[in-house]
Design a protein around this ligand. Structure first.
Ligand code: GDG
Length: 460
């Protein structure tokens, strides 16, 4: 049996609950035959030489965790610059926020070469390699250049935009050519696959051998959708745990006279937070019966604070929350509770469960796991309602949610009102169907299906 090697920008210790379902699922897959998880250590070496980094190894059961340090210069151009200043905004359709500084690409290539150089000697001939996300697109090409013949798969956690948006990246052709060094490329949704297919057809004249197989640059790659899921059982169990129940009870007590709406995400411009707050303000204005009652708890956990676009967003949010509370708040009721901190993972399901409505309204999202976690945490006898952006990858699957266009303030406010007023029988019916969907395609299905597809392919 092949050993699995997972490569991702950051690693998580799969034995810790705080790591989350994805890390646990990857950890499980890695431990089947004793695996290797490889990536950046998280350490930035001030004044370190570009393209160099010390390697660290630790053991978690039969999984080896191997990491590489990055110099400040490499970190800033690879991680902050190219990954999060170019690829993240453009792949989320935000050309206006991209910073096409010509210096970033050098660091991105250098770090991918560094990772390949450090990984190469650790590989065994029959290892199966699974590379994750936009930070590491050229990794397989670098490994191939060093003679690697193993099966290599790639999964993109974020959306792939349509060809003309992708083409705004000066190195777009090189990026897509790099994908052809993989044997299997996984996307979150059918529309991402369609964008890939259109791009390779229009821009590089690739031959489509069938619905999923594309030939170009002397190589054939398989591109397919593998929508990621959560560990539904683990999350439901977490919802019954002591910390979640405590959270549920304390919130229930404190907000007994209120109807809670909830948003949970990293503070990121892809998540549509200002648009959501404007829709919530519209709800209060248009449906005054919610005054003194509807309370939005918005958790926006800190993320990528070294980037200016993120600090600007934080200021915008603080000002919006302040103005809504100032305009509508009463001495005994504040419409918005905005929390710019991380909530412990064990407590999160309690918060999901106490909410009548979850607002998951990104402007663009690869999948969105919060939507799935909310469903898993509900009490089936009295479930809350999911208001979901049609632009989240999850909308391809979660048809029984109330789908909204987050740019449409009035439309979103109307859907939130519909959610708040939804009769119990309809909430139960929708929840039951949504739960069945997230169970069918959970994180174990995702992991198993991707790896089975990759293992069925001819190496190299
Ligand atoms: C990328 C793609 C894709 C959030 N705040 C807190 C917290 N979280 C947890 C949630 C959830 C995870 O973080 C967020 O996952 P999402 O899927 O919603 O979004 P991204 O972080 O943008 O992830 C996305 C995903 O990759 C997987 O492929 O779905 O589209 O952008 O698990 O619960 N967790 C804790 N405290 C918080 O305050 N503990």
């Amino acid at each position: 049996m092949s050993r699995l090697v997972v490569v991702s920008n950051r690693l998580a210790d799969p034995r810790k609950t705080a790591a989350g379902g994805l890390a646990v699922a990857l950890g499980e897959a890695l431990s089947v035959n004793g695996g290797l998880w490889f990536g950046w250590s998280g350490t930035i070496v001030e004044g370190g030489a570009p393209g160099e980094g010390e390697v660290h190894t630790q053991q978690a059961g039969n999984v080896t965790l191997t990491t590489v340090d990055l110099s400040r210069e490499d970190h800033d151009s690879y991680y902050l610059g190219y990954s999060n200043g170019v690829l993240w905004p453009v792949f989320h359709y935000r050309l206006d926020l991209a910073d096409f500084d010509a210096g970033y690409i050098g660091g991105y290539r250098r770090v991918n070469q560094l990772m390949a150089r450090k990984l190469m000697p650790l590989l065994r001939p029959d290892d199966m390699i699974w590379v994750h996300d936009y930070h590491l697109i050229p990794l397989a090409a670098e490994l191939r250049a060093m003679g690697c013949k193993n099966r290599i798969g790639f999964f993109l956690h974020i959306p792939l935009p349509p060809p003309l948006i992708l083409a705004a990246i000066p190195q777009h052709e090189w990026l897509i050519r790099s994908l052809f060094a993989y044997d299997l490329v996984g996307f979150q949704t059918q529309s991402d696959v369609a964008h890939f297919s259109r791009y390779v057809n229009q821009e590089v004249g690739a031959e489509a051998l069938d619905e999923h197989l594309f030939h170009a640059f002397d190589r054939t790659v398989r591109a397919q959708a593998f929508p990621i899921g959560i560990d539904v059982d683990e999350f439901s169990a977490l919802a019954e745990g002591k910390d979640a129940v405590e959270m549920f009870n304390s919130m229930k007590g404190e907000y007994s006279r209120r109807r809670l709406l909830l948003g949970v995400e990293r503070l990121d411009y892809s998540k549509g937070l200002p648009q959501r707050l404007r829709a919530f303000r519209q709800l209060l204005q248009q449906y005054p019966e919610n005054l003194g009652s509807a309370t939005l708890i918005q958790i926006a956990s800190p993320s990528r604070e070294a980037l200016d676009t993120y600090s600007g967003l934080r200021q915008e949010l603080e000002s919006l929350c302040g103005s809504i509370n100032g305009d509508y708040g009463e001495l005994d009721w504040m419409p918005v509770r905005y929390i710019h901190r991380n909530v412990a993972r064990k407590r999160l399901p309690g918060l999901y469960r106490v909410a009548k409505v979850a607002l998951v309204t990104p402007l663009r999202d690869g999948m969105n796991l919060v939507a799935k976690e909310f469903i898993a945490a509900q009490d089936p006898a009295d479930p809350g309602v999911l208001v979901l952006s049609r632009f989240a990858g999850a909308a391809e699957q979660l048809k029984e949610a109330l789908l909204v266009n987050p740019y449409d303030t009035h439309g979103t406010a109307e859907s939130i009102q519909q959610a708040l007023q939804m009769p119990l029988a309809e909430r139960q019916r929708r929840h039951q169907q949504l739960l069945a969907r997230i169970r069918e395609h959970d994180v174990h299905w995702w992991c198993k299906t991707f790896l089975q597809t990759l293992s069925g392919m001819t190496p190299g």
